[in-house]
Write a protein that binds this ligand. Structure first.
Ligand code: GLC
Length: 440
């Protein structure tokens, strides 16, 4: 039955939901298997063997908490960039003295520094100007740069962008040295009192910021628009020393895809890449739900299915509202009416929509937990020590039930050994982490 038919055909909603549940539910046994596959992919990636995990060295260790002084940080992780000036007290605390946030793209103001026809010099020139505004006149400051894209790192301040992710397309940056681009832009903008010292991933920044005051932190993750995890490798093959490794775990490709995941991947900008990220991160969760609802609409001949071809029609906050919905599901009803124009929804249909969103969110949290379990088993196979996983990002911070589902997933994958592990929110750690990296 094509979309747009006037009369819905009866679709067995409970059969639809139970079929979806069998596709998306990850059992405890599957969690443990995935954790083991993830661990093996880490080992292969570290040894330079083929692996979907890039395992990028960061050339930085966990901080001691004694790092001291003032530093400037740039946090560039998407279309919004933050610059801040921070003071580290040398005893595990950090004070932000000044901060500014600006957009790389603003349709109303008529600019977009992320477009393919914009050269690298223009993008970095704009960032350099913003740095100039926050730098203290007459004071020389080290600068740490959180650059949250996959980079091949050659030293703490030498990082080459492998490829853009998250829809950024500025030309002349892929394959280039990020620090060199920023140094040249600062010189051109006549900002002479700022010295770029470090380029780090946002996961690494989150780990540095959290571990500055809490020494048990040895894994950090972003569960937001994008997804990625780093950890402290106790003995890195490059130098035999502890080093934080950016796994680029969003690219892990050993989780079986459902037909919905395959449809989403094929329609994405980079099919075949970032397969895990496409199942777990905020940007894509809403898209997975959109694909599932399109399927439901097609099976039931619901006219509202027609608008579901539009990318990003469903937003993260819709999922949050639906997950928190109770009783007669008023929020789900509003969502159906306002986003899809479906005003006549039966209670069974609303329940099926809520079940779909719950299944997608639960799978995300459990898959993320499986990757954490894999990393934990790599660093401490018998889980003999305490471990703290620092997490930043909108899913972990705001999605109803998400943090608890991660903990449950850890228990599912690790059993009683999960008692050694806790997760904490490390809000906006990536900016502070860049300041710490600069001070190191
Ligand atoms: C994407 C990037 C990765 C980053 C993550 C979270 O997965 O490739 O480098 O850490 O998003 O921002």
């Amino acid at each position: 039955m094509p979309w747009g038919a006037t009369q819905p055909t009866p679709v067995n909603l409970s059969a639809f939901t139970s079929e979806l549940s069998s596709q998306l539910t990850v059992s405890d046994a599957q969690l443990a298997q995935l954790a083991e596959r993830f661990r093996l992919a880490m080992v292969a990636g570290l040894a330079g063997q083929p692996s979907s995990l890039k395992m990028l060295p960061s050339f930085i260790n966990r901080p001691t908490g004694k790092e001291k002084g003032s530093a400037i940080a740039v946090d560039f992780g998407g279309t919004n960039v933050r610059v801040l000036r921070a003071e580290l007290d040398g005893q595990g605390a950090c004070t932000i003295q000044a901060r500014n946030r600006f957009a790389l793209k603003d349709a109303a103001a008529g600019y977009d520094y992320t477009a393919a026809d914009v050269p690298a010099e223009k993008l970095f020139g704009y960032i350099a100007q913003q740095i100039g505004q926050i730098a203290q006149p007459g004071v020389v400051s080290p600068l740490g740069h959180t650059f949250s894209f996959p980079c091949q790192q050659f030293a703490l301040n030498r990082a080459q962008l492998i490829h853009w992710t998250k829809e950024i397309k500025t030309s002349g940056v892929e394959g280039q040295d990020i620090s060199a681009l920023l140094e040249a832009a600062l010189a051109k903008a006549n900002v002479t009192n700022v010295r770029p010292q470090a380029v780090i991933n946002d996961t690494v920044g989150t780990l540095l910021a959290a571990a500055y005051g809490q020494p048990d932190v040895d894994i950090a993750s972003i569960c937001g628009t994008g997804h990625n995890t780093c950890y402290l490798e106790p003995k890195h093959p490059l130098n035999g020393q502890p080093m934080i490794v950016n796994m680029e775990s969003g690219n892990f490709d050993e989780v079986p895809q459902t037909k919905h995941d395959r449809a989403l991947d094929e329609a994405s900008d980079r099919p075949g890449f970032q397969k895990l990220e496409k199942m777990v991160s905020g940007y894509y969760l809403a898209e997975v739900v959109r694909t599932i609802l399109a399927d439901l609409a097609e099976q039931g001949g619901y006219a509202w299915g027609a608008c579901l071809t539009q990318r990003q029609l469903i937003q993260g906050r819709d999922l949050d509202n639906i997950l928190a919905d109770k009783g007669d599901l008023p929020a789900t009803k509003t969502f159906m009416a306002e986003r899809l124009g479906a005003t006549e929804c039966t209670p069974e249909l609303l329940a099926a929509v809520k079940a779909a969103v719950t299944l997608v969110a639960t799978r995300s949290a459990r898959l993320v937990a499986a990757t954490f379990a894999g990393a934990l088993l790599h660093i401490d196979p018998k889980l003999e020590r305490r471990h703290v996983i620092a997490i930043d990002g909108s899913l972990y911070e705001k999605m109803p039930g998400y943090a608890a589902m991660i903990s449950e997933g850890l228990r599912g994958a690790l059993g009683v050994r999960a008692a050694q592990v806790s997760t904490i929110l490390a809000k906006d750690g990536s900016g502070v982490g860049a300041a710490i990296a600069a001070a190191v």
